[in-house]
Design a protein around this ligand. Structure first.
Ligand code: MTE
Length: 308
């Protein structure tokens, strides 16, 4: 994903400059993130719940074939077609997950024991990549909050860091120094406890395909796609804000929060609009990807331009 000069998104994903400039003028006129945020909240209110987004502002579930063949997963290559082509032999079972750091219940357990205390749920969420493509995806999995609560974090735990498997024998991309391995991501504890935050084990009613992050991936639909870390092997509670893989790769382009925000552009392109996989016309990007009602209160008083 988007390492300056070396790897660029396909040009079709980037908003033409004229459109970008018009949008900037428009943003200048309406004046604030608040105005956009209100729009997002209204749209969200019409949705009537966060478990599904179908039938909302033209949202319809994206074709499964698109979502499973156009991927970002550097462990299996840097082109969008690479993950599907190169991950088919990946062994997503047996799998175990480690809980570490500032919590009362650390340990390592097989994936089935990790999942079994929770009820498996289906959730359809919008997904917005920082590269300005998007999708609507039916996930299957468990609330991240269940896992956080079971680990019983200490009051000093302010963040949770998540880590992907490091196994260059299986993940051919890890044999090259494209980004620092293993891939890591992080959330504030309150973000991890937000009811929208989800750990997916499946999509489209099936087991998660390898290229989409089997056997366990994060889904935080109000944040850009890169926060949605795949093939998770570890959760660690910390008192320091974790530095994620993309912050290490380009801190001026990718921040810790990575909340979807149409008013804060990527340094190299606009975030005001997006293209749904399988569609031609771009549509406006919604504040917090349309989930303002559920998440905006977590960022009250924060400068969302600085905390990008
Ligand atoms: N997780 C790992 N371990 N490695 C990656 O390269 N890419 C991220 C995220 N999770 C990535 C990752 C990015 S940039 C995006 S947009 C999403 O996965 C893409 O998810 P998808 O391929 O299922 O659409």
């Amino acid at each position: 994903m988007l390492i300056r000069k070396r790897i660029e998104p396909p040009s079709s994903e980037i908003t033409p400059e004229a459109e970008y400039l018009n949008r900037r003028e428009f943003l200048g006129m309406v004046g604030s993130i608040g105005a956009l945020s209100a729009t997002g909240a209204v749209a969200e209110g019409l949705m009537g719940g966060f478990s599904t987004v179908e039938a909302q502002q033209g949202d319809k579930v994206t074709d499964e074939s698109k979502v499973t063949s156009y991927n970002n997963y550097y462990e299996f290559g840097t082109d969008k077609e690479d993950p599907k082509a190169n991950s088919q032999q990946f062994k997503a079972r047996p799998w175990s997950v480690k809980i570490e750091g500032l919590c009362r219940k650390p340990g390592s357990m097989p994936l089935d024991s990790f999942l079994s205390p929770s009820r498996i749920e289906d959730r359809t969420y919008r997904f917005r990549c920082v590269e300005a493509w998007s999708a609507v995806i039916p996930w299957r999995g468990i609330p991240l909050a269940d896992v956080i609560r079971r680990a019983d974090p200490l009051p000093s735990a302010k963040y949770v860091e998540l880590t992907t498997l490091y196994d260059p024998s299986q993940m051919s991309g890890q044999r090259r120094a494209t980004i620092q391995w293993p891939y890591t991501e992080g959330l504030r504890i309150d973000e991890a406890l937000n009811p929208l935050a989800f750990l997916a084990t499946g999509m489209y009613g099936k087991t998660l395909p390898n290229q989409n992050g089997a056997p366990l991936r994060l889904v935080v639909p109000w944040k850009y796609g890169f926060k949605n870390i795949k093939a998770i092997v570890k959760l660690k509670f910390t008192d320091q804000q974790p530095t994620s893989t993309w912050m290490k790769a380009a801190s001026d382009e990718y921040g810790f929060y990575a909340n979807v925000n149409p008013a804060v552009d990527h340094p190299r392109w606009s975030q005001a609009r997006e293209r749904r996989l399988g569609e031609v016309l771009r549509k406006p990007t919604l504040m917090f990807n349309g989930y303002s009602e559920q998440v905006a209160s977590m960022y009250g008083g924060m400068d969302l331009r600085r905390n990008y």
